[in-house]
Ligand binder design. Sequence first.
Ligand code: PEP
Ligand code: MG
Length: 384
Amino acid sequence: ANFPEDPFVLVVQNLSPMLANELLTTAAVAVITEQGSATSHSAIITKASGLPTVMGVVGALELESGQTLLIDATSGQVFVEPSEEDRAHYAEATEPSTRVLQVLPDLSDLPVALLANVGSSQEAGNVLRSGSRGIGLFRTELLYLGRTEPPTRAEQVFEYSKLFARMSGKRVVVRVLDLDSDKPLPFLSPAGTGRYANRGLQVLLANRQVLVDQLEALALAHSYYPEAKLWVMAPMVLNAEQAIEFARLARSVGLTRVGIMVEVPELCDAKVLKQILPEIDFVSIGTNDLTQYVLGKSRHDTDLGLSQARSPQVMSAIKTVVAACQKARKPVGICGEAASDPDSAKLFVKLGVESLSASPALIPQLAAELLDSGKVKRRWLPKA
Ligand code: PEP
Ligand code: MG
């Protein structure tokens, strides 16, 4: 698309992940969409780069060029021609959070590891500045999007190396390609039926060379930068057989920390987990997908808010997974967007998760809320 050179607010009906990515190199100062929700990949991409994004604004397309907007991406509100009062309120409200971002919190007192979600090696700087202990979810889809052929092994090694080089001593959890029915790729044959058709690991197992290339590229990049602590996981695992097949394949190329994402209700079952856990090293719970599938909704529904990850059915599924992992002494974390929602995060900490992974931009605030919630003492360090 052709974007203006002067700062602008993009107002669109739908934001595709491709467009979201393209926007990051433009003068856009905010994005408003009429459809979509906060857990869509597009919103995840723009928010990770600190671009204020408000999804699912009814009537957004009625907005006109030249109008003055006040955009509160935290609460998801857009004020059109804001009053003096609103302006003054926000001018005051934004000041303290600006100050919070200028100090790096000391997170060593937190009972969980705070990790960052990223979509490319370019975000390494944001991760380091956020004070997080590493990367809890590297979504690798951007490497594959918009292509007619998969990226070569060399291209992938280059991208992973750029990230690993900057993460010395830190955990880096990489998720292999998660094909989404939203973003079909011409070089992958479809797999599966029903509501999970064409998602996650089953597609990679049906396109095995693509998976093997990615795993080999990760192992090779890691051999150049072994100080980064590489963990590799599979998305949208549907059953024990798939999980075990993935773990064996990943280990056969030399990867040593291998895990799975739990994103479907079928895996939130003590018996299924008991089969899987001896074969893997860690579990990461994807609440974006798990919430939609447990509640029988679509994550694109504008009414599916982050707080729904706290609904009793979803919490009960998460509890089962955390308990099984604790029993098997395997670390379990949360990497969906709910991990950055302080009310949900506190519940997850109480359940005993080992890590929470969120957009780097949201980590200082999340840390502050968790530190304030009582049990741990607050210690701020000046930014290095
Ligand atoms: C999730 O589903 O919670 C998740 C982290 O994966 P994605 O948002 O990429 O589907
Ligand atoms: Mg997911």
